[in-house]
Design a protein around this ligand. Structure first.
Ligand code: G4P
Length: 541
């Protein structure tokens, strides 16, 4: 029998109360720039957690992945993206839910929104490249929500930057206190292993295979045991650096980390399996359990008996054998049981969840029970949208599941004008899935589509053609980005809309959005209209 949450719970007895269930869970995401090693690290974490027997098959890597230009083809191959959306595994009595932040070509709003459903994040940085653009965007979202970040500096087995240079960059970019927990001794060809400041353990290799599987307990970095194993010059330099690191950086404060003010840093190598257990134990020991979350009426605690949760992602065509959409629901409280009726607050309807899906490592299976911190997939025919709150009847909506200002805006052009109705349906459905944002002009009829990543435009074209039988193309516009506009004074807002009518559009809910030709224009408008607030995000509930 494959591993289920229920088996896990049974292992720990049936008499648990809600706080025990949630304290045993860690729900997190890995953020990184392409090629930093996220896939390799994910595999190794799953492997260490015993979830897969042979590390190496989470998804396409390297050239295989770079060559994949046809998103729909990948969607058809399925299994891959289904299971990589959420991966659960156990380690030392804890249940880890690892949520995938789609990167590379499929970088999208989903990537951002996944971060609303986690309690912490692991940031992977390439030791030779430091923090890169895609990571920067994701850090911004983490910082907005004070999501605690553990940093994993990967590839120390290769020649990389000086560790202090990397740490300084992390400090400057994240504006966080830095605390190195695991330090590399040597780098590249001279890499000898890593030293854990918390446990004073040195992990190294004692054979030619290069596998870092030997752990030596020391009394500290000056312990003579190290002299017998590590090259004299490498060790002398590492000792100087370790002394500097201990003196120069703050001591680890779990409270500061959990509040999002400090990042513990682990130097390691995902490929060589170094630092993985240090990372896992840091997550187990310090990463937050499922958090309290804010709704429009009150704060919800994970220990409450009644089930509540929100949808952070909707995915269509999950599986060629399962043509429905799957809504990913992050449970925020209570103990969900298969067959439960959940109240969809937006539509005020009850939904019977008779075949929820849970994702254990590479398998999808029916979820019998799940608790706060877990993610379940609810199959549906389009009735559930991103931002929806589900409860056992209470009227409340979770806050903090936003739409993000698009980074690419295109005008939609339909080739056969007789199919306008189908186009409208396609755009509405795809925007409810959270794949795109659709904006309607105040004057005229041409819609704008807003996305975060270029690939989403290809997906829209493809799906419009295949599922709605309507051929669309996209034309450039002069707009660079968009801002939702609001004012406490309705007259002020109306006046602004009337003066800027050609640049005002309505989003899917009819809320006004100002389309800007560039950040310079935005700045100018903000300065000239101080009674109007220009928002980069909008709550979706
Ligand atoms: P990503 O998901 O963040 O994009 O990165 P991924 O894990 O796919 O890793 C990108 C490349 O970096 C891969 O090489 C991978 O083997 C390599 N890599 C990951 N971790 C380490 C490490 O700790 N040390 C070293 N030296 N390399 C590492 P590739 O050649 O692009 O792919 P492949 O041919 O190895 O599959």
């Amino acid at each position: 029998m494959s591993l289920t949450h229920e088996v896990f719970v049974n292992l720990h007895g049936n008499q648990k109360n809600m706080s025990e269930y949630s304290s045993l869970r860690r729900t997190f995401a890995i953020i990184s720039h392409p090629d930093a090693g996220k896939t390799t690290l994910t595999e190794k974490l799953l492997f260490s957690g015993g979830a897969i027997h042979l590390a190496g098959t989470v998804k396409a890597r390297g050239e295989t992945r770079r060559a994949r230009s046809d998103w729909m083809k990948i969607e058809q191959e399925r299994g891959i993206s289904v299971t990589s959306s959420v991966m659960s595994f156990r380690h030392k009595g804890l249940l880890f839910n690892l949520l995938d932040t789609p990167g590379h070509e499929d970088f999208s709003e989903d990537t951002y929104r996944t971060l609303t459903a986690v309690d912490s994040a692991v940031m992977v940085v390439d030791a030779a490249r430091g923090i890169e653009t895609q990571t920067r965007k994701l850090i911004e979202v983490c910082r907005l929500r004070d999501i605690p970040i553990i940093t994993f500096v990967n590839k120390v087995d290769r020649e990389g930057n000086d560790p202090f240079e990397t740490l300084d960059q992390i400090h400057d970019e994240l504006q966080l206190e830095i605390c190195p927990l695991v330090w590399p001794i040597g780098m590249g060809n001279l890499f000898a292993g890593c030293y854990d400041f918390k446990t004073n353990e040195f992990t190294t290799t004692n054979n030619k295979s290069g596998i870092f599987d030997t752990t030596i307990q020391t009394n500290g970095p000056t312990d003579e045991k190290l002299d017998k194993i590590v090259d004299k010059n490498v060790l002398a330099r590492a000792r100087d650096n370790m002394e500097l690191a201990v003196a120069g950086y703050a001591e680890f404060r779990p409270d500061l980390y959990r509040e999002g003010h400090m990042t513990p840093v682990i130097f390691g190598s995902a490929l060589r399996n170094f630092g993985i257990l240090n990372l896992l134990s840091t997550i187990s020991d310090f990463a937050p359990e499922p958090r309290q979350l804010l709704t429009d009426t009150r704060v919800v605690s994970p220990c409450e008996d009644k089930v509540s949760g929100f949808v952070f992602k909707v995915q269509a065509n999950m599986d060629k054998n399962h043509r429905d959409r799957i809504a990913f629901l992050r449970l925020c409280s209570g103990r969900f049981k298969r067959g439960m009726k959940l109240f969809q607050v937006r539509t005020r309807k009850d939904i019977l969840v008779h075949s929820p899906i849970m994702f254990m490592a590479k398998d999808r299976e029916i979820a019998e029970k799940a608790s706060a911190g877990d993610v379940i997939g609810i199959p549906n025919h389009g009735s559930i949208r991103v931002g929806d709150t589900f409860t056992e009847g209470e009227e409340m909506r979770f806050m903090g599941v936003p739409a993000f200002a698009p980074e690419i805006l295109r005008r939609v052009h339909v080739i056969d004008t007789n199919r306008i109705k189908q186009l409208r349906q396609a755009l509405q459905d795809l925007s409810e899935e959270g794949l795109i944002q659709v904006f309607k002009p105040d004057i005229g009829t041409s819609w704008l589509v807003g996305v975060i990543g270029q690939l989403q435009l290809d997906v829209v074209m493809d799906r419009a053609k295949n599922e709605y039988k309507v051929k669309v193309t996209f034309e450039n516009t002069s707009y660079q980005t968009a801002r939702w506009i609001r004012s406490e004074d309705k007259n002020v807002l109306d006046r602004f809309i009337s003066i800027n009518r050609s640049s005002i559009m309505a989003d899917r809910d009819g809320d006004p959005v100002f389309m800007c030709k560039g950040l310079w224009e935005l700045k100018y408008k903000e300065e000239a209209n101080t009674q109007i607030t220009f928002f980069k995000t909008k709550e979706l509930n």
